[in-house]
Design a protein around this ligand. Structure first.
Ligand SMILES: C[S@@+](CC[C@H](N)C(=O)[O-])C[C@H]1O[C@@H](n2cnc3c(N)ncnc32)[C@H](O)[C@@H]1O
Length: 363
């Protein structure tokens, strides 16, 4: 059977309990609820983090403009500081041991975080009970419930939620950052990134109206975004070489600090094109700090191996390694990110899910 006619359905739909309504045009609109990271709205420096910008749809409470983020002045000052520290980070070490260590400490934080997502009981200044409940939000996404294999971007996959969790948990890292998402499907991860980032470039191929679907989803969730975030939806096909990207897209990419991609490793041809794309980005983007790739290994048993193997994942590792060691030395390092960060969205964080980080080996 040709890949183009094979009908596939995301595993996510069977396991997550989200409210979903059919639109009548073959699509559904589903509500992906999440819990905001519980950090009492302040970061280590006591700065407002903007986590109050959610809307608790179940309670029907809408946000107010003032609750969204710090004042414009505060946020401009912050962004200036971030830019400055970014420049010096880049000079010294974009991805060094300290950065890896960050994940180690993320892991420790993660176990504490799980506890703190439970309601905690404190006394307010008058001695009355002050029960802190997890703040909830919801992202509404229009998507398909099943598609042919060549249109899987119209569905939503576990990797998108894993990457969204990672971004939420590492809010400080992504705050005011310039982020590019590759193969973004219906846009959920980019929408989460826009809650913190200064600029998000959400990209995919334009198959069966996918880019317009993303634009609709971005509009539908605009109230969740950092009001200073610029959101773009652009076509970026892994099979088109960097040299042939439109000038306007190349200009935007010059600012990108983080590239993220979820569940784009499932077909060897696409994997090869994806690896060529990330290699070009690693070579061409002057401010790029790291690429995060969420994927599901998807084991199969083969008679040839007489074992369970993850052929697409293995193919990705081999192909990346081949490109990486092309000139005798490894230019980039590939790190398995510790998975012990909390789950803010509702999905099955199966053990086959992985999050990889790629960055320059020398930095
Ligand atoms: C399994 S879906 C994952 C979508 C989304 N990231 C998620 O996790 O829900 C794979 C994505 O890769 C995209 N893709 C496939 N071929 C591509 C290509 N040549 N260039 C760019 N994206 C591509 C698909 O359109 C789709 O959005």
């Amino acid at each position: 059977m040709s890949a183009a006619v094979l009908e596939v359905t995301s595993e996510l739909y069977a396991e997550a309990e989200f409210c979903s309504t059919d639109t009548g045009n073959g699509n559904a609109i589903s509500k992906f609820t999440f819990v905001y990271p519980n950090r009492r709205n302040t970061d280590a420096n006591g700065t407002q983090t903007g986590q109050t910008n959610g809307m608790d749809k179940r309670n029907g409470q809408s946000e107010t403009a003032t609750a969204k983020t710090p004042s414009i002045k505060d946020s401009e000052e912050e962004s200036y500081i971030e830019e400055e520290s970014f420049e010096s980070d880049y000079e010294e070490s974009v991805c060094d041991e300290e950065d890896d260590f960050e994940y180690e400490s993320d892991c420790c934080e993660a176990s504490e975080q799980k506890e703190t997502n439970q309601p905690s009981i404190k006394l307010d200044k008058d001695g009355d009970l002050d029960v802190e409940r997890p703040r909830k939000g919801a992202i509404e996404i229009e998507h398909r419930k099943s598609t042919r294999l060549d249109a899987v971007g119209l569905q939503i996959w576990r990797g998108a939620l894993l990457l969204a969790d990672y971004i939420m948990h590492n809010e400080k890292k992504f705050k005011n950052a310039h982020i590019l998402e590759l193969g973004s499907g219906v846009g959920l991860t980019s929408i989460v990134a826009s809650m913190y980032a200064r600029e998000v470039i959400c990209t995919d191929i334009d198959i069966e109206g996918l880019l317009d679907l993303i634009r609709g989803n971005v509009q539908r969730n605009a109230h969740l975004s950092n009001p200073h975030c610029r959101m773009h939806v652009n076509e970026l096909d892994f099979k088109v070489s960097y040299q042939d990207y439109p000038r306007e897209l190349k200009d935007k990419l010059q600012h990108v600090q983080y590239v993220v991609a979820a569940d784009v490793i499932y077909d060897d041809d696409i994997t090869e094109a994806f690896v060529r794309t990330i290699v070009s980005l690693l070579l061409e983007l002057p401010k790029l700090k790291a690429i995060y790739i969420a994927l599901e290994k998807r084991y199969v048993f083969t008679l040839e191996d007489m074992d369970s193997v993850a052929p697409c994942y293995d193919y990705f590792l081999r192909y990346f390694e081949k490109r990486n060691s092309r000139f005798g030395v490894n230019r980039w390092k590939l790190i398995n990110v510790c998975m012990n960060f909390p789950r803010y969205f509702d999905y099955d964080k199966v053990k086959d899910l992985v999050l990889l980080k790629i960055c320059h080996a020398s930095k």
